[in-house]
Unconditional design. Structure first.
Length: 179
């Protein structure tokens, strides 16, 4: 009887893990042009969607004039990642660029661009959030982050020196629900 009960418990445990896995769906769409892929994963508890062919306009920000997409063979230069279910979700759209212009010129350009989303917070180094607002953590860095918008709908520009020019990332983060 003990072996039967233990066997039934083991089978029940395996079934409880297998049923959600059986309900999962993974869809991969390869892009013929660049070999990258879009991925959608659907599960009973939530979904994940990753798109790698997104434009800078998807971040809600213009691209600095003359900037070029930052090429990186190890990871995509831009992505739209969404994770969530009916109760919560997070969406992150990011694109990376490089320019031969000085860091200060790019920072000035994006200070002006970000004003359309509200007060612009400028941090050198890391950022924390307090009562839904971006707050700079103490520290000194050549990396500059410009943040605008409410915590649930942030527009971020991260700027750092790169050789004789500048590298920068445009990021849009949207959250919903109790995160």
């Amino acid at each position: 009887m003990k072996h039967t009960r233990r066997s039934l418990l083991a089978i029940a445990a395996l079934l409880s893990m297998a049923v959600p896995l059986a309900a999962c769906n993974v869809d991969v769409q390869k892009h013929e042009s660049d070999g990258k892929a879009d991925v959608d994963i659907t599960t009973p508890v939530g979904n994940v969607s990753v798109r790698t062919n997104v434009g800078a306009a998807d971040t809600g920000l213009a691209v600095y004039p003359g900037a070029r997409p930052l090429e990186d063979e190890k990871e995509p230069r831009n992505a739209n990642v969404q994770v969530g279910n009916s109760l919560f979700g997070v969406k992150v759209i990011a694109a990376k660029y490089a320019s031969n212009d000085a860091q200060d010129r790019i920072i000035d350009f994006y200070r002006n661009e970000l004003k359309t989303y509200g007060e612009v917070v400028e941090c050198r180094g890391n950022v924390n959030y307090h009562n839904g607002r971006a707050v700079c953590r103490e520290g000194r860095s050549d990396d500059v982050q410009l943040i605008a918008g409410p915590e649930h709908q942030q527009h971020i520009v991260a700027v750092k020196p790169r050789g004789d020019g500048t590298e920068f990332g445009l990021v849009y983060v949207q959250t919903r629900g109790n995160n």
